[in-house]
Design a protein around this ligand. Structure first.
Ligand SMILES: Nc1ncnc2c1ncn2[C@@H]1O[C@H](COP(=O)(O)OP(=O)(O)OP(=O)(O)O)[C@@H](O)[C@H]1O
Length: 285
């Protein structure tokens, strides 16, 4: 299957500072990738490279195109929601809809109206009269009504209340997503998206430190709530992280068989948040 994105040794420097350091990963059609990393890790820089908004060295192909050289062609097939929704303050909601309908052949007005019906946004309001969260809702409704092959969401729910965040991800998964589409999401609220992800990439200091499907994560990482009597045996297997919950050690293992750790206590798949914390600590140490 042709990759929607393939990145080989992609580097990006700002002066002496390496914002992307030999980034390699690929993403197939019909996947939902969570791109997760601490502040300043290089997430937005990587997305900008994918969107052809910044130059870089190395080989990067998006939908078979060179994002920097073939940006116009790429933009026909890619939609992007930045962490700061930029819409002119003077425009009316209805005019914003008219505008996108006028400039984008793949915009579906009916769908946009359907998304807006879930909000309190009035068609005759000006953007400046909307709350921060409502501007973000309008922006998302406009973008999700465009039939794109690749949707890139950089902190899409920043500033949105929990009710809308939940319904946004439900809509994304149930109404928007299908096997022909591919989505990349960055967010610091990983627990909110983990159930919709098919793939996970962790980035730290410009380097990819984890690149797995969620199935692979479930098969190669085990979190065990270790019974007291098995603590020494568990620690001897060198867990990648140990935390305490109510005085009991919770060990995160990688590179061991499930059968090796099963007798220590209750085994489960780690949450993305716990895996992230463990990987960040491990790679800093
Ligand atoms: N235009 C620029 N000039 C110089 N340095 C930059 C520029 N843009 C980004 N950087 C640096 O590159 C690094 C990665 O920034 P980036 O915005 O990609 O991080 P991020 O992972 O998106 O972070 P956050 O989660 O805080 O949004 C940071 O150290 C940042 O200071």
């Amino acid at each position: 299957m042709a990759s929607v994105i393939s990145a080989n040794n992609v580097n990006k420097s700002y002066g002496d500072f390496k914002a992307l350091n030999d980034v390699n990963f690929s993403l197939d059609k019909g996947r939902i990738l969570g791109l997760i990393g601490p502040n300043g890790a290089g997430k937005t820089t990587l997305l900008k490279a994918v969107l052809g908004l910044t130059n870089y060295s190395g080989d990067l192909k998006v939908l078979g195109l060179d994002p920097h050289k073939q940006r116009d062609e790429l933009m026909q097939r890619v939609c992007f929601v930045a962490d700061v929704a930029v819409l002119p303050r003077w425009i009316k909601v209805s005019q914003a809809i008219d505008f996108v309908e006028g400039v984008h052949p793949k915009f579906n007005r009916e769908l946009c109206e359907k998304y807006l019906a879930e909000t309190k946004i009035k068609r005759d309001s000006k953007v400046k009269a909307l709350s921060k969260g409502m501007v973000a809702q309008l922006h998302l409704a406009l973008i999700m009504a465009i039939d794109a092959d690749l949707l890139i969401l950089d902190e899409p729910t920043l500033g949105l209340d929990i009710l809308y965040r939940k319904s946004f991800y439900e809509t994304l998964l149930n109404d928007y997503f299908d096997s022909e589409r591919t989505i990349i999401i960055t967010t610091h609220q990983v627990e909110e998206i983990e159930h919709i992800l098919s793939d996970l990439v962790f980035i730290q200091d410009g380097r990819i430190v984890l690149d797995d499907s969620m199935e692979e994560v479930g098969q190669s990482y085990f979190e065990v709530m270790v019974e007291k009597e098995f603590e020494d045996a568990a620690l001897a297997l060198k867990p990648i992280n140990v935390r305490e919950v109510f005085g009991q050690k919770v060990c995160l293992f990688n590179g061991v068989e499930r059968s090796q750790v099963e007798e220590f206590g209750k085994v489960r798949k780690p949450s993305v948040a716990d895996l992230f914390v463990a990987k960040m600590k491990g790679d800093v140490a």
